[in-house]
Design a protein around this ligand. Structure first.
Ligand SMILES: [Zn+2]
Length: 213
């Protein structure tokens, strides 16, 4: 009995210490900002080479410095993807650009209107830096003429296309925020490689492939 009490005390002490350390907001920030997951692990030249092979129209910008902690590792400026026209150029990390290229191929995106990529700022209502601050996030307003603002809830083909595209995006990004997520996202998809793992639920045992649509 004494042994059980002693073990319980140890577990309690470890948990309390862990909570106190995790409760330190600067540690939380460091973890949440720097841990990026489910992104292709191709660094430097290797990543640029894959973008070239995918016939992405881009210029390499190297490591982009900005006021701390903002900046982009292995930044690229993208004018367009092989089969996808953009409403304007994008500045992203090479790895995020690659995830985007793969997703666009998957969903057969021919024309994309975006609302920006790189932006040194905090997440709204939080003290944590947005993944936009590291070139690891993008906001998308419409794909192939289907608008997030007006057609997300649509019963027709455009609405279904957007909802399927969001589900597919979970194969390439860890966070896929849709108009269902919050009022701030009523008119766009926010996609990033951050830690939170926010994705629309996938149907069980069904892997979405939307190529050739
Ligand atoms: Zn965003």
């Amino acid at each position: 009995m004494r042994k059980i009490k002693f073990s319980a005390l140890i577990i309690l002490t470890i948990s309390a210490t862990g909570y106190m350390i995790w409760g330190n907001t600067s540690l939380q920030k460091a973890v949440l900002q720097n841990l990026q997951i489910s992104k292709p692990h191709l660094r430097g030249e290797a990543c640029l080479k894959v973008l070239e092979e995918k016939k992405v129209n881009f210029s390499p910008l190297g490591n982009m410095q900005d006021k701390k902690p903002c900046g982009i590792e292995n930044a690229v400026r993208i004018e367009g993807f092989y089969a996808t026209k953009l409403s304007g150029p994008l500045t992203l990390s090479c790895m995020t650009a690659l995830s985007l290229a793969n997703w666009f191929e998957d969903i057969g995106a021919k024309q994309v209107t975006h609302m920006g990529s790189y932006n040194c700022r905090k997440i709204r209502g939080s003290s944590i830096m947005s993944q936009h601050s590291f070139g690891a996030a993008i906001d998308i307003a419409s794909i192939n003429g289907a608008s997030l603002k007006s057609e997300w809830q649509d019963e027709g083909e455009k609405g279904k296309y957007l909802r399927d595209a969001a589900t597919a995006a979970c194969d390439y990004f860890s966070n896929v925020l849709t108009p269902d997520y919050s009022a701030a996202h009523h008119d766009h998809f926010h996609l990033d490689h951050g830690l939170r793992l926010t994705c629309p639920r996938k149907p069980k045992n069904q892997h979405y492939r939307l190529a050739n649509q």
